[in-house]
Design a protein around this ligand. Structure first.
Ligand code: MCN
Ligand code: SMO
Length: 796
């Protein structure tokens, strides 16, 4: 049977907002996070991090540190390099430059915060005290901090990357000159999205325990990708994979930052192997700001050609991604830089596209994934330009979108980048959002506010989300990778259902939603299902990334359950004297279709399979257990939209979000409460990225926003009411009609917030293209438009 086969699941628990079964543990503090893992004889790691952005290590003196109390071991990069050359980002993609990220720098240092030595001591405090006694003699090298300048710079940020260019792609290069030359209108902008930190509440962490007696290496990791870490550890450390286990405890948020193999993880493994004792590395917040993968820094120089009716003719985009010093694995700069240009036209009919993307190396922390990875920045540029075109043509922002979105009658629609869009409720989303916002009333309110010297703005964004990313989607996005998951489903003798899965949760609620899926696969109550997750001894999974878990959960559990159901149907058919094809399961019972009298409990049939051979058909295989893989047969595309209203205070130039709206179409929702939680959390992150958050580096590559006093995260005070509305277009590619949605809000809310700020500024003829829209930048935008001066003059 094909791995893309869509097993039948009849929604019953699916679609209901049952409470999350993991919450009692999380809310009472009983759940165990990585820092709660305490093992006998455990030692603690602290890492010395480079104070310079680019340099060459001349000498590191560890003698004084070695003599400090509690110190067991100190390694420099020479020691780790002798055991593992580093994390190589090899990828079979023409023109892609692989980097090798050392576990500790042993020669060239490429960014502030890169590890250069490690202390293992009896306590973290002792390890940190010893760090202060290490003397590092570093020769400083020229620093490359600006991605645009890096393209033509003589200096290299990383000696391994010629011309500072990790990857350059231009898959779709339609000739668009004529379209722009003849267009009634063309709008253009150069949009800067900030370098940000996903800032999970829990920082990264890793505990390794090597036991020389058994040869086993057990790892606990706060990760989104345990199977990936296991295999990569086996490869990079040449450690026998069957002796490796990666356990995922409770994870306090990942948002993409924990979707990587980190140098510290391999280092911790090596230290435990060396010392024969458990070793724990728990990142502190400052380390997290300096060294955890950063994200999203792009420049999109985009232009849109529009006819006099507001119809889009052509789109041009040139993307520069500031990738930092190395490629993170597996989501290399390829992900942030290149996926977006292949989906940038998605919700709209645009006949011509010309897009190129450059990923550039700089002396900054490597970027990694962060919710909406790759899609956020180009979506922002596109949507802000659409608003700009609407303003120039005197159209409402809803109307211009209505004239361009892909409609039901256009489906299936082939985009210029080559994606076949089979379904989607783009027009319905525009209409729904317009009604929610109350557009006419808003414009009146905006005019009245302006008379009182208050600036209101409305921003809108329409998006599509490539969700449930499997092999087809990866290949479309130019990643030469294969991805499938497996799940094992077992019906126990008493009719309870046990599912083992490779999917781990970092807060998404999988223990609950996967149980809802399995319950409906067998027609049993959800309380009768248990989900075993969190050990690589369980089934195989690529990881909780790319909004794939709902899709892969339904696909794998659906197929495995179908195999088990087949066996149960065979027994039941015999017991109920019917044909197996006429046997149905629902409400915890097994019955003959259209014959309600012929029925027996699900548990009784399970019991018969285990304990009553006399009930078995000939050649019956009584294993009520099956493992199945799943990989969707094509891209599972979700869609929706966001609208945001902001107010800018003319005195302080601060923007504040007044109201936010979301429309989401993720097919059938498994658990609407969880879906809405995903939306709200993602929208808060979107507000943070566009109004508050920015990792700022000076020209020497020093991070100057190194605490939460400088790196501003949104709090509940910054997030207003969020009104959510659902459309449900079931997917035919996934059991239950499910599509993923975990990243939607971070794909599109930033665009809506950016659009809202611009709409407010446009009242005074100003515009902003650099984000976050800090008071400083808003002040500058108003000054540039001559508004601030005019205001000052009028008060004089
Ligand atoms: N869901 C549902 N019905 C659907 C689709 C999804 O009920 N039709 C539920 C799912 O069962 C799951 C949640 O919504 O509980 C998100 O599902 P999905 O879209 O499949 O995304 P994943 O579970 O694969 O989660 C990954 C996604 C990503 S890529 C990032 S980044 C992100 C996000 O999830 N990181 C998060 N949301 C997060 N939420 C929390 N709390 N913490 C993170 O680190
Ligand atoms: S950025 Mo999410 O982990 O794909």
């Amino acid at each position: 049977m094909s791995k893309s086969e869509v097993a039948q699941i009849r929604p019953k628990s699916i679609g209901t907002s049952i409470p999350r079964r993991e919450d009692p543990g999380l809310l009472t503090g009983r759940a165990r996070y990585i820092a709660d893992i305490v093992l006998p004889d455990m030692l603690h790691v602290a890492i010395l991090r480079s104070p310079v952005a680019h340099g060459r290590i001349r000498h590191i003196d560890t003698a004084a540190a070695q003599a400090m109390p509690g110190v067991e071991l100190i390694w420099t990069g020479q020691d780790s390099h002798a055991r593992c050359p580093g994390i190589a980002s090899t990828l079979e993609q023409k023109g892609f430059v692989a980097t090798v990220q050392p576990l500790l720098a042993h020669d060239e240092i490429c960014f502030v915060g890169e590890g250069i030595a490690v202390v293992v001591a009896h306590s973290r405090a002792q390890a940190e005290d010893a760090l202060e006694r290490i003397e590092a003699d570093i020769e400083e090298l020229p620093v490359v901090t600006d991605a645009v300048a890096a393209i033509d710079a003589d200096d290299l940020a990383n000696a391994a990357v010629p011309a500072n260019m990790v990857y350059h792609s231009n898959r779709v290069t339609d000739p668009v000159e004529d379209a722009f030359a003849n267009a009634a209108l063309s709008v253009q902008g150069c949009f800067h999205t900030p370098r940000v930190n996903a800032a999970p509440m829990e920082t990264r962490g890793f505990v390794a325990r090597h036991e020389w007696t058994s040869g086993t290496l057990t790892c606990w990791s706060a990760t989104q990708m345990p199977s990936f870490i296991k295999t990569m550890t086996a490869i990079f450390l040449q450690f026998p994979e069957h002796n490796l286990e990666v356990i995922t405890p409770a994870v306090g948020g990942g948002f993409g930052q924990k979707a990587h193999l980190h140098p510290e993880e391999l280092l911790t493994c090596l230290l435990s192997i060396e010392l024969g004792r458990p070793v724990s590395w728990i990142e502190d917040r400052q380390e997290n700001l300096f060294r955890a993968p950063q994200a999203k820094q792009q420049i999109n120089d985009m232009a849109l050609a529009v006819d006099d009716q507001g119809r889009f003719l052509a789109l041009r985009d040139r993307v520069i991604t500031d990738s930092g010093a190395y490629n993170s694995l597996p989501w290399t700069p390829l992900v942030e830089g290149h996926a977006g240009i292949l989906v940038v036209t998605d919700p709209y009919k645009i006949a011509a596209l010309s897009a190129q993307s450059l990923s550039v190396t700089t002396n900054k922390c490597p970027i990694g994934a962060y919710r909406g990875v790759g899609f956020t920045a180009p979506t922002l540029a596109r949507e802000v330009l659409i608003d700009r075109a609407a303003r120039k043509l005197g159209l409402s922002p809803f109307e211009i979108r209505r004239r361009n979105v892909i409609r039901q009658e256009d489906l299936p629609y082939q985009t210029r980048a080559g994606m076949t869009i089979r379904e989607g409720t783009f027009l319905e989303t525009v209409d729904r959002l317009e009604a929610m916002v109350g557009y006419e009333d808003f414009r009146k309110r905006q005019q009245e506010a302006l008379k009182e010297g208050r600036l209101l703005g409305l921003g809108i964004s329409i998006f599509s989300e490539v969700s449930g990313i499997g092999t087809r989607a990866l290949n479309f996005l130019d990643y030469p990778l294969t991805s499938h998951d497996t799940a094992t489903v077992r019906v126990e003798p008493t009719g309870k259902v046990t599912v083992t899965t490779g999917i781990v949760s970092s807060g998404q609620g999988h223990p609950t939603t996967l149980a809802q899926i399995a319950a409906d696969a067998f027609g049993v109550p959800v309380e009768d299902v248990t989900i075993l997750a969190g050990s690589t001894h369980h089934a195989v999974g690529f990881g909780t990334v790319a909004s794939r878990s709902a899709v892969f959960g339904a696909g794998t559990i659906g197929r495995a359950a179908e195999m088990v159901r087949g066996r149960m149907r065979a027994v039941a058919a015999r017991l109920l004297q019917a044909a197996p094809d006429d046997i149905e399961m629902s409400g915890g019972m097994i019955h003959v279709r259209d014959d309600p009298g012929r029925t027996m409990p699900f548990a009784a049939v399970a019991g018969a399979a285990y304990f009553a051979e006399a009930t078995h058909p000939d050649d019956f295989d009584p294993a009520l257990e099956a493992t199945a893989a799943f990989d969707p047969s094509d891209i599972v595309l979700a869609n929706g939209g966001h609208a945001v209203i902001v107010e800018i205070d003319m005195e302080t130039c601060m923007a504040r979000v007044e109201k936010m709206y979301a429309v989401e179409d993720c097919g059938r929702m498994i658990n609407p409460m969880i879906v809405e939680g995903q939306i709200r959390g993602g929208m808060a992150q979107g507000v943070g990225m566009i109004l508050l958050e920015e990792l700022v580096h000076d020209e020497r590559g020093q991070l100057i926003t190194s605490t939460f006093q400088d790196y501003l995260l949104p709090t509940s005070l910054d997030i207003p009411d969020i009104e959510i509305s659902h459309l449900e277009t079931p997917s035919s590619l996934v059991p239950g009609g499910i599509k993923g949605m975990g990243e939607s809000a971070m794909i599109s809310t930033p665009a809506a917030v950016a659009g809202a700020v611009n709409d407010a500024l446009a009242c005074l003829g100003a515009a902003i293209e650099q984000f976050p829209a800090s008071p400083q930048r808003i002040f500058e935008a108003l000054s540039k438009a001559g508004v601030i001066e005019r205001a000052n003059n009028s008060t004089v």
